[in-house]
Design a binder for this molecule. Sequence first.
Ligand code: BES
Ligand code: MN
Ligand code: ZN
Length: 511
Amino acid sequence: MEIRVKAGSIQTEIAPLIVVNLFEGVTEPGGATGAVDRALGGQIRELISAGDFRGKRNETVVLYPGGAIPAQRVLVVGLGKEEKFDLDGVRQAAGAAAKKARELGVTRFSTIVHGGGRAGLNLEDAAQAVVEGTILALYRFREHKTEPAEDERPDIEAVTLVEFSAEKVPVVERGARTGQIIAEAVNMARDLVNQPANYATPAILAETAQKLAADFDLRCQVLDREQMAELGMGALLGVAQGSEQPPKFIILEHNADRDDRSADRSRQGLDTIVLVGKGITFDSGGISIKPGEHMEEMKADMAGAAAVMGALRAAAALDVPLHVVGLMPATENLPSGRAIKPGDVLKSLSGLTIEVISTDAEGRLILADALAYAQRYQPQAVVDIATLTGACVVALGEITTGLMGTDADLVARIKAASAKTAEKVWELPLFEEYGEQIKSDVADVKNTGGRPAGTITAAFFLSKFAKGMPWAHLDIAGKALTDKERNPYTPKGATGVGVRLFVQLLRDWGK
Ligand code: BES
Ligand code: MN
Ligand code: ZN
């Protein structure tokens, strides 16, 4: 989709549809909405006084100017109560308007920047949020439909942001560009997650990363089974041994030529941040096989890897001044005559041995080797993201990501990024005492800690492999897929959770 920015008055736009807004409780609209209302002879005021439009959050109404202005339609979107309005309100309003526009069958429209100049919201952030909300809301995944749905509307091809004051146009352009980069990265992650497991094998994920590297000037390295064996990634290879699909260890780097071994990096003052994403392209549970109901959702068990890939894409496109490394261990988890069995012991890359109690606790096994691999970068921070535990769905539901970490500053930074992006996170504790639950009789550690605090014991297990690095962990189980539209910009299906959070974390790193 094309995003344009121009200086001008929305009421003189020549377009099939223009979008303005209204706060709840306002009876005399001002600004751009007021100007449109006056041009329409008070039609918006009439709607309000008749009680037919109240400006409730994400409420929409369509007016037909009948020649009073050049636009064919006017869409008014409600912003809700002004005192409760924030940046996510902008995203949602833009999303609601964009979806309504598509329902109307238009293929382009013009809009004002919702919330620009409102209390606490700066214009650049608001423009970014408008574009994010628009592109995210219009996302759909139709790749495997051979015919369009009966009532399917065409894609919106172009959206124009109209800014009244010409000197503010560059600010709006900057925000719009950022928003477009980030939203397109989220939609790429959504595509990867929505893709069925036979179309998103480890090898296909690796090819996708290689294409991304070519398009966005990233460095990509893919380790195959032999290379992993040589390094000693026994935990990852243990999970992979039950599958016919070759596993891949995917490495994507932004500003790789300035990494810490080149001595260049310290001169340039670039910090290294490693993002690690769980890439189980299908989780059957392995020999500890899962029940059949909803097993198809386990195609989304690579949502962590998808989030990391999206974050690297945006980091490159935005050229964040950091050395960012994405590590994506990718494999299927399947039962077979060659598969690992409960009771097996694996030797991980770190040297620690792991007793496999459940082959369904495979995510922490592949992440263990990826975290050990991260050590070589001596990073300033490592954050992993994974659809790791059903216990996290029980504890925090489908809304909130579980956050755990060993570094208070890093955890605080993630919470700050969460507040800005409205990607909700909540911290769970990593008290030493939880370590008791994962002590093994035969190996250094075991891969399950029983039912109590399952999200925490999984994270505690990971912490053993992140020793010495500032580390945090995001458990997105239950958050990667949604069975119904969450909000106007989060349609049913893959959510792309984590991408916007990571990008915010990276963009704010030096601040
Ligand atoms: N991929 C699952 C976790 C999951 C559950 C993701 C529900 C999304 C929705 C993970 O590999 C898993 O199976 N975890 C087990 C761990 C247990 C055996 C200790 C779980 O949570 O049941
Ligand atoms: Mn599992
Ligand atoms: Zn899993």
